[in-house]
Design a protein around this ligand. Structure first.
Ligand code: ZN
Length: 275
């Protein structure tokens, strides 16, 4: 499943091909993905200039003066910029045709999603789509640090891991990244969120930023795929210290890593190194 780093990698890969282009047309091969595609996408988007490609949480926004196309990759979605005459395949649900420079071939932004858990929605100019309301800060942006987490967590009895995965607290810190960040910070995911000190939250915030930044940097090596007709964005491998390693030796102390379910998500930590 695409996590925040994959979505940010996608954004960085797409932006140079989309920003400044005009939308020549929209082809919808299905009326729905996870939700129906609203009529504004086909009615409002053609003729608009794409001013920026933004990410908020795991959503991508193609901003125009009329409004923004709001995309989510769901479980299996991908976006590629392709020559316009590339024949669509079974799960290629949407094409957004782009203006071109003289002498360049026509190109389309193609949205492919075999499982159709992704979405393409519309956010009118000056409004905030309901899906984006109430979201916590970006983990890589201003406003996310140890002081914020400390203040936000006072009185909370929920497990630290569940607290950090709450999109109202901070967006886009998935199961992999919270496991790796808490291992690096030496804090147990089972500890009550309200009983973690300001200093430890500072370490946790720094490790969350570091693990996400590393993943994004690795994703950068796949950017060339965005123009390859057969190249879906590569989901990079990471060397993982905790996630998926339950029962295996801790890379720091050698003791077996513990595992349990927290909020129906597999959770792995070292009972010795993480307190
Ligand atoms: Zn250990």
């Amino acid at each position: 499943m695409p996590e925040l780093p994959e979505v940010e990698t996608t954004r960085r890969g797409l932006a140079p091909h989309l920003e400044g282009r005009r939308v020549r047309g929209v082809t919808l091969r299905r009326p729905d993905l996870r939700w129906p595609i609203p009529p504004e996408v086909a009615a409002e988007l053609p003729g608009q200039r794409i001013e920026s490609v933004r990410r908020r949480a795991k959503y991508l926004l193609l901003d125009t003066q009329a409004g923004s196309a709001l995309l989510h990759l769901g479980m299996s979605g991908s976006l590629r910029v392709l020559p316009a005459d590339t024949p669509p395949r079974l799960h290629d649900h949407v094409d957004i045709a782009l203006s071109r420079d003289a002498g360049q071939p026509d190109r389309v932004l193609r949205f492919t999603d075999p499982r159709r858990f992704g979405c393409l929605l519309w956010q009118p100019a000056g409004e905030l789509h309901p899906l984006l309301r109430g979201l916590g800060p970006e983990p890589l942006g201003d406003g996310f640090d140890g002081d914020y987490l400390h203040a936000r967590s006072r009185g909370r009895k929920v497990a630290l891991k569940a607290f950090l995965m709450d999109q109202k607290v901070v967006v886009g810190v998935g199961n992999i990244y919270v496991a790796e960040a808490l291992f690096a910070a030496g804090v147990s995911p089972m500890r009550a969120a309200g009983r973690v000190s300001r200093e430890r939250y500072a370490a946790i915030a720094a490790e969350i930023r570091a693990v996400l930044a590393r993943a994004i940097a690795r994703g950068g090596t796949t950017l060339r795929d965005f123009l390859a007709p057969d190249g879906a964005p590569g989901y990079f491998e990471q060397e993982l210290s905790a996630y998926g390693r339950g029962g295996e030796p801790c890379l720091r102390c050698g003791r077996a890593l513990r595992h349990a379910m927290v909020g129906q998500r597999a959770t792995v930590w070292c009972g010795h190194c993480q307190r």
